[in-house]
Design a protein around this ligand. Sequence first.
Ligand SMILES: [Zn+2]
Length: 155
Amino acid sequence: MMNGQNSSAQSTKTMRFGGGEEAERNLGQSIKRGMRCTCPKCGEGKLFRAFLKPVDNCAVCGEDFTPQRADDLPPYLVIVIVGHVALAGFMLTDLKWQVSMWTHLAVWVPVTIIMSLLMIQPIKGGVIGLQWAVKMHGFGGKDDSVDDGRGGPVD
Ligand SMILES: [Zn+2]
């Protein structure tokens, strides 16, 4: 009796429409690997050759990272997060302890700078992981250039 019920559950298939010729890339895993500053594809090779300079190719799996266009999204995200933490921290501590503005500056300026420096590299890695996972900018193996004549991608 139990065997009959199990066999029907195994026949479920996922059907996908459009562009299914290449394997799916796990978005969450790619972002996590990028945030650990490792290659979003294999999770082993280093993603950065300098503080914010990504490698051209993964040393382990050879994935090409020259199509990445993280541009100003990482600093934008850092500003959103650090701005909320620093502003909320300043306002909450100002309510609780009556200290001078110089004391606040001495605390919150270094907190802002240190948090930003600590966060910018993993966030840039996460953005590259996101772009890789959704095959933006040539990560899917196709040219990202735009046809000037019609404004769409070149086929
Ligand atoms: Zn790799």
